[in-house]
Design a binder for this molecule. Structure first.
Ligand code: ATP
Ligand code: ATP
Ligand code: MG
Ligand code: MG
Lengths: 256, 256
């Protein structure tokens, strides 16, 4: 069955989307069957693959509102072996519409049931919050990957995120595991960044990925060309880091 | 009466908190009576002023749930003339608790009524979403200031934000005006950043502040010292930009 990995951190701008887009691309490049689910109403992952949001027949909104099947909601990307469930702004309505609904926390999990045998890996990009959309993603997932900017404010939200993950694991999804914390936008010339790396590794030890994603302008340029960094500039330091991350991910998932 | 300014952008990590903390400090330094309301459950503005969230008797949560008065919810900061309504994680509960409540969109506006004569400026730091907390802040405000990172993804969300502001103005708060878009984390050596500045100024003209906030590590170091950038290092390029921004803000507000 598929490994379903949520990219989650309620702190904004820490690299959730950039990681979803580039890690999924790197995994597909290794020959795995990969699905990306854009579960953020901003739809940055959808744009990151150059998909035009106007004129989409279905999206993660219609999927989670049971208005379309997974098969109908999936569209191909320019990356061989990588498909996406795109997102539109309508998804922001789901957060309120699902509040009174039955089994509101398990809608996405049910909707992704068919993905189990069709894909090896599913990545779910979450919005910067711990609301119902993120809860749905965590309930649907086997693992959660936490991107963390090398900044002071980003560390502050970590303990709250871990508390929420505990609650989800205890009450809604006992299989949920923390795959690891990924340090992003690392600039080795910056004292604060080095301090954050040191502190986070000291506190969390092996839960922190060995791979550090460097601050690399090619990663932030890629979306304006409608392509993942790995396609826009595979030789860049950013893309190379995501390729190493894919290898470390596979190694972590194969450990007991 | 007070000018109430919401710092809002649903895109995460664009500089809402850093602008709230440093612009409010610069305005207080000019002798104005200033209140900052931390309306983000992450509580980064509260931490940005070095306030310990444990042991707070009241917060923006108790204020908006009508459990405490404004006077009881305000605490001083280390900046003369600057007070804060701090935030704790309990505020994340308000987003769900307020959904069925009466007049759920005007709770913060009612709560801030007493601020009208006690302060000259009120700054409200919003979370990275367009949910009920941000709607409450927009309804309570006379103006909205939109921080915008010089990045491609940040521009993508702008049209959605403007649509939401139109809806709020039409249906909930006819006095709401867009004070301006503030370009943040600008690095003049970065082509993408220069492209974004050019595109945004071309599209929005005078709605964009003349002042550009540069990417400046002293601004991101300051919160780890529990102080605004203007106190941590007033001579830094970041602090100086926020001082110039305060001057431009006053000039913009005095125009008919
Ligand atoms: N390693 C990197 N180097 C340089 N820029 C980066 C890097 N990773 C991400 N960025 C840029 O930083 C910004 C924030 O990243 P991104 O949008 O991926 O974060 P996010 O956590 O998904 O944000 P949100 O909370 O809004 O969903 C984007 O403009 C992105 O292009
Ligand atoms: N001009 C700047 N130069 C360098 N770093 C900055 C600047 N402005 C903000 N930062 C840093 O960038 C990160 C994001 O900024 P900030 O937290 O203020 O954004 P935000 O919009 O409030 O984020 P969120 O969406 O999570 O509320 C923080 O770690 C902050 O310290
Ligand atoms: Mg994102
Ligand atoms: Mg903030």
């Amino acid at each position: 069955p598929a490994r379903i990995i949520a990219l989650s951190n309620q702190k904004g701008g820490v690299g959730k989307t950039t990681t979803a887009v580039n890690l999924a691309t790197a995994m597909a490049a290794c020959g795995h069957r990969v699905l990306v689910v854009d579960f953020d109403p901003q739809g940055n992952t959808t744009t990151g693959f150059g998909i035009d949001k106007r004129g989409l027949a279905h999206s993660s909104y219609s999927l989670v509102m049971n208005e379309s099947s997974l098969e109908d909601s999936i569209v191909p990307t320019q990356v061989p072996g990588l498909s996406i469930v795109p997102s539109t702004i309508h998804l922001s309505g789901a957060e309120v519409e699902l509040v009174p609904a039955m089994a509101r926390e398990t809608r996405l999990k049910e909707a992704l049931a068919e993905a189990q045998n069709a894909f090896d890996y599913v990545f779910i990009d979450c919005p910067p919050s711990l609301g119902l959309l993120t809860i749905n993603a965590l309930v649907a997932s086997t693992d959660v990957l936490i991107p963390l900017q090398c900044e002071f404010f980003a560390m502050e939200g970590l303990s709250q995120l871990f508390k929420t993950l505990e609650l989800v694991k205890k009450n809604l999804n006992p299989r949920l595991e923390i795959l690891g914390v990924l340090l992003t936008m690392y600039d080795k010339r910056n004292n604060l960044a080095n301090q954050v790396v040191h502190d986070v590794r000291q506190h969390l030890g092996h839960q922190v990925f060995d791979v550090l994603i460097p601050r690399n302008v090619r990663l932030s340029e890629a979306p304006s060309h409608g392509a993942p960094g790995l396609i826009y500039d595979v030789k860049s330091a950013g893309s190379q880091a995501y390729i190493r991350l894919a290898a470390e991910l596979i190694q972590r998932l194969s450990q007991p």
